[in-house]
Structure formats: structure tokens, C-alpha cells
Ligand binder design. Structure first.
Ligand SMILES: C[S@@+](CC[C@H](N)C(=O)[O-])C[C@H]1O[C@@H](n2cnc3c(N)ncnc32)[C@H](O)[C@@H]1O
Length: 279
């Protein structure tokens, strides 16, 4: 059988045209071709005249068609970098976002490695819990999720951290009152009619969408935190860019002191809240 070959550069140009109109077509093509060939992006750049056989070129084209149907690159590759780790991701987990690293930076800037009980509510792939476990070895960290399938992925990602454990639950329902030092949570906060959801069609809706204009789960977590946290304990919540006012005001009504936080672009994206110490 005759084998045909196509150069790296020409395959990338062809795929780039297929993905025309998407957010970062050329980068996506490079990542997917590097994955197909078992190489790095740097290798591709240095070897753009190397020849690729028909079989691998066709595998690559099939993956590009998945991307064209808006499947996230992370699902195609099976992993995503977050903080200092490469995490496995599947269709059962949200793809961890760079903006969630604001939560990790905030925690590290405010809390030292003194032993604490810390909970990552809605852990998904385990991104937040694992980043914190890698930076704060003395903390007891529990990752909780409603999805058993997401927890399987988180458990595999979190191998090797002895103080990290996992639990299935509806938010913090399974936990006792007044026992947690720090709750970190990136809940679903997109309204069900938000047109942005069209771009996120492949990710689990339970990880993205919440009732009450996206605020229902944020409010539930605030209610739970007011029972679960020790007096003086902290809740760190990620929210949508237009939800900070409502989130702060619900926290203040529940007797939390609030510190609103913005990402590097200045967008209001999180709140650090301290539960009052009763008089
Ligand atoms: C926005 S994702 C965040 C995932 C991960 N923490 C991250 O930042 O990449 C929200 C997560 O909350 C979980 N979740 C949704 N409702 C929940 C509930 N009632 N109790 C526990 N987890 C829930 C979803 O399964 C999903 O993994």
C-alpha cells in the first residue's frame, strides 16, 4: 500500500482554516497536532517541514472536527494545566479555568501552613483541592462534589497527597456545624438563559448553571457556610463578573465581613468572607 505524507506546516494551515472563526484556532491546531504526534508544541515549531503519514494526518483531522463542534481542547487532549499540576479532565468535570487561580492566590496570600480543616465544595476535577494540597501540606483538605463521576476523576488526580480526601454530597450537607476553618467554592453561577452557554455546550450543565439568575447555588453555599464554619472561619467564593454586589450583600446579611476581589483584568470575580465571632 502506498503511504502518503503531508508536512506539519501544511496540515496546520489546513486545520486552521477548518477552525476559522473560533477563539484561538492556530493554537488549538498546534496543541491537537502535538498531541496526535506525541510531541510538544515547541517540537512542532522547530520541525514544521517534517512529514506526517496519512494515518496520523487522518487522526488529527478527526480531532479537529471534534474541536469544530465546540468540544473543549482539554477534553480532546484529556487534560488541562491548573496551578502547578496537569489534571485529567473528562466530560464529567468542568475544565478548570485560569480565572479560578485567583482563589488559590488569595488563599496562599492570607493563610499560612498552620494545620486547618479546609473544604473545596464542588471540587469537579479536584483542581482547587489539589492546588491547595500541593502548597499547604499541613492542611486536612476535603473535596466534595455531587457527581460521583467527577469524584472518580478528582481521586485519580489527587493521588499522592496523604491529607487530601473526597466525599460525595449535596454541598456541605454531610458535614458537622462549626468545624471548618476555610471553605473554598467555585459553584455553578451561570443563568440558564445566558447566551454564553452556547459556547460551553460540552461541559456538564450541573457544573455551570444555577437557578435564580445564576445566584441560587451561591446563596445556598453562603447559607451552609454560616453553619459549617468555625466562628472567625472564612468562605472564599468565585462568582460571575456581574454578581459581586448581590453576593456581598447576602454575605453581609448573614453576618460575614466581606473583602471583594478582582482578577488581573480588574473584573470583580470573587469574595473572601469572614464569619463573625459571636459576642
Ligand atoms: C463550576 S464547577 C467547579 C469545579 C472545580 N471546583 C473548578 O473550579 O474547576 C461546579 C462543581 O460543583 C458541583 N456541584 C453542583 N451542584 C452541587 C451540589 N449541590 N453539591 C455539591 N457539588 C455540586 C458540580 O458537579 C461541579 O463539579
Amino acid at each position: 500500500m502506498e503511504h502518503r505524507y503531508q508536512q506539519v506546516d501544511s496540515l496546520l494551515q489546513e486545520a486552521n482554516q477548518t477552525l476559522e472563526g473560533s477563539d484561538s484556532p492556530y493554537l488549538d491546531c498546534q496543541l491537537i497536532l502535538a498531541f496526535t504526534l506525541g510531541q510538544t508544541r515547541e517540537w512542532l515549531i522547530a520541525n514544521n517541514d517534517k512529514e506526517v503519514c496519512d494515518k496520523q494526518a487522518n487522526e488529527f483531522r478527526n480531532l479537529i472536527l471534534r474541536r469544530k463542534r465546540k468540544e473543549p481542547v482539554a477534553y480532546i487532549l484529556g487534560h488541562k494545566e491548573f496551578w502547578n499540576s496537569r489534571l485529567a479532565v473528562t466530560k464529567d468535570t468542568l475544565v478548570p479555568r485560569p480565572e479560578t487561580e485567583l482563589l488559590i492566590e488569595t488563599v496562599l496570600n492570607n493563610f499560612d501552613d498552620t494545620p486547618r480543616l479546609v473544604v473545596d465544595l464542588g471540587t469537579g476535577s479536584g483542581a482547587i483541592a489539589i492546588a491547595l494540597a500541593s502548597e499547604r501540606p499541613n492542611w486536612q483538605i476535603v473535596g466534595i462534589d455531587i457527581s460521583q463521576d467527577a469524584l472518580k476523576v478528582a481521586k485519580d488526580n489527587g493521588n499522592g497527597f496523604p491529607k487530601l480526601s473526597w466525599m460525595q454530597g449535596f454541598w456541605g450537607n454531610a458535614l458537622g456545624d462549626n468545624c471548618i476553618d476555610l471553605l473554598v467554592c467555585n459553584p455553578p453561577y451561570i443563568a440558564e438563559n445566558d447566551p454564553y452557554l452556547d459556547h460551553l455546550g460540552c461541559e456538564p450543565l450541573t457544573a455551570l448553571v444555577s437557578d435564580d439568575n445564576g445566584l441560587a447555588d451561591l446563596y445556598l453555599v453562603i447559607l451552609e457556610a454560616s453553619h459549617l464554619l468555625k466562628p472567625g472561619g472564612h468562605l472564599l467564593l468565585e462568582h460571575g463578573h456581574d454578581q459581586q454586589r448581590q453576593v456581598c450583600s447576602r454575605l453581609e446579611d448573614s453576618s460575614f465581613e466581606t473583602t471583594p476581589l478582582a482578577d488581573l483584568q480588574g473584573n470583580p470575580r470573587a469574595v473572601l468572607a469572614r464569619k463573625e465571632i459571636a459576642a
